[in-house]
Design a protein around this ligand. Structure first.
Ligand code: MLT
Length: 225
C-alpha cells in the first residue's frame, strides 16, 4: 500500500488534514510538527516518521510550510520521496520585508500568545465564513512554541528553485484560486518548472484548499495515487 506523509502548515497541527484521513487505499502518516530550528530539522523529523514505521518511500504532501519542508526532504533525502503533493505553497524564500515581519510576529506571540496572529490570518485561510470557526480552532490548536519556531524556520529557509527543477517524481500542485498567501501564480510557476507536474486550481478556496474544497481535492489525490 502507498504511504502519504502529510505535512501541515502554520499555525496548525495535523488536524488540518481531518478531511483527508479517511481516504481509502492509502496509509496515512499525519504527524503534528514539533518546535524545531530549521527546515532541514523538519525534514529529518519527517523522514524519522517513516523510519519509525519501517517505510522506505512515501508521497510527501505538504501544505504551505509543509511544502517548504518537502523541498528540504528533496535536498537531503530524495531517495525517500515517491511523489509530491504541493498544496498552497511556494519554492521561493522570504523577501527581506517578509522576514522582518516573521521576527516581529515572534515577538508578538511571545508577548500576547497566538490568538492575535491567528485572528489576523484567519480571513486569508478560507473564503467561506461558515468554515472559519472550525478553522480558527484548528489554528489555535498549534502551540506557541511551534508557532515561534516555525516563524524562524520559515524566515531562514533557502530558495528552492533549483530543488524544484531537479524533481523527477510524479508531482501534483494544488492551489486555491482565492489564495492570497501563496497565489495561483506561484503554483503555475512551480508546476511549469517541474517535469510532468499536474496543476490543479480549486475554485472557491483560499490558502487551506485541501480543507475548503476537500471533495475536489481528495478526488485529485486519488487520481494521482
Ligand atoms: C503556512 O500556511 O504554512 C504559512 O502561511 C506559510 C507562510 O507563512 O509562508
Amino acid at each position: 500500500m502507498q504511504t502519504i506523509l502529510w505535512l501541515h502548515g502554520f499555525p496548525l497541527t495535523a488536524a488540518i488534514f481531518e478531511k483527508q484521513r479517511d481516504l481509502d487505499g492509502v496509509q496515512h502518516v499525519m504527524p503534528d510538527l514539533p518546535p524545531l530550528e530549521s527546515m532541514d530539522d523538519y525534514a529529518r523529523f519527517a523522514v524519522a516518521q517513516l523510519d519509525e514505521r519501517g517505510i522506505e518511500r512515501a508521497t510527501f504532501a505538504g501544505l504551505s510550510m509543509g511544502g517548504y519542508i518537502s523541498f528540504a526532504v528533496m535536498r537531503l533525502f530524495p531517495e525517500r520521496v515517491a511523489g509530491l503533493i504541493l498544496i498552497d505553497t511556494r519554492e521561493t524564500a522570504d523577501t527581506e520585508e517578509a522576514r522582518k515581519g516573521r521576527y516581529e510576529n515572534i515577538a508578538k506571540v511571545r508577548q500576547q500568545g497566538i490568538a492575535p496572529l491567528v485572528d489576523s490570518m484567519l480571513p486569508k485561510m478560507v473564503v467561506d465564513e461558515a468554515l472559519r470557526p472550525r478553522v480558527r480552532e484548528l489554528m489555535m490548536s498549534a502551540s506557541p512554541e511551534f508557532v515561534m519556531a516555525a516563524l524562524k524556520a520559515m524566515a531562514e529557509r533557502p530558495d528552492s528553485t533549483e530543488t524544484l527543477r531537479a524533481i523527477r517524481v510524479p508531482t501534483l500542485v494544488v492551489v486555491g484560486e482565492e489564495d492570497t498567501i501563496t497565489p495561483p501564480a506561484d503554483a503555475e510557476r512551480m508546476a511549469g518548472a517541474i517535469a510532468g507536474a499536474r496543476l490543479v486550481k480549486l475554485p472557491n478556496a483560499a490558502h487551506f484548499s485541501n480543507y475548503e474544497q476537500a471533495e475536489a481535492f481528495n478526488a485529485e489525490v486519488m487520481r494521482f495515487q
